[in-house]
Structures are given as C-alpha cells and as structure tokens.
Design a protein. Structure first.
Length: 94
C-alpha cells in the first residue's frame, strides 16, 4: 500500500467517491498479495471484497477473519489517508 498515496495523490487531495476509492484500492491491492518478515507484521490482502488480514503471527486467511473487509476497508482508507468523499453532504465537524 506504499504506492497508493503516490499513485493517487491528486485524487486523494480532491476527494474520491466510494466507487473511485474502491477501484483505486482494488488496483493497488491486486488480485492477491502480502508481506512478512522477521520482526514485521504478516499482512495478506486481496482486491476481491477489499479484504486485508494482518497479525504478528503467520496469518491463515482460510480460517481467520480479515481485519478489514468491504466498507470497513473504505472507511479505514478514508481515515488513514484523509480522503474526503465528495458525495457526502455532511459538513466537517471541527
């Protein structure tokens, strides 16, 4: 996901609709992938369903529930990257 803020910097700055964000995340996550290593969190992700698993152990995506999936992944991405939704009429609460 390190490439996401670089590849979509302009879109992040202007805001993304749910469908735009979904497509961008699917493109970034790819069909299937992940990362791990000594002292690093084990992360597995898939574009289908916007699912992300993670843990400080070997993640078994077959039996473990994803940390984020679908709308929860969109919500997490919006919060983490500060992505506004131009379709949301709610004014920012300061």
């Amino acid at each position: 996901m390190q490439s996401f803020p670089r590849r979509y910097a302009k879109a992040i700055a202007r805001g993304m609709t749910d469908s735009e964000l979904t497509k961008a995340l699917e493109d970034t996550l790819g069909i299937w992938g992940g990362s791990c290593g000594p002292g690093l969190m084990d992360v597995v992700h898939q574009a289908a369903g916007l699912k992300i698993w993670g843990g400080w152990h070997f993640v078994n995506h077959q039996v473990e529930k994803p940390l984020f999936s679908g709308a929860a992944t969109l919500k997490m991405a919006r919060e983490f990257y500060g992505i506004e939704n131009p379709d949301d009429p709610q004014l920012p609460l300061l």
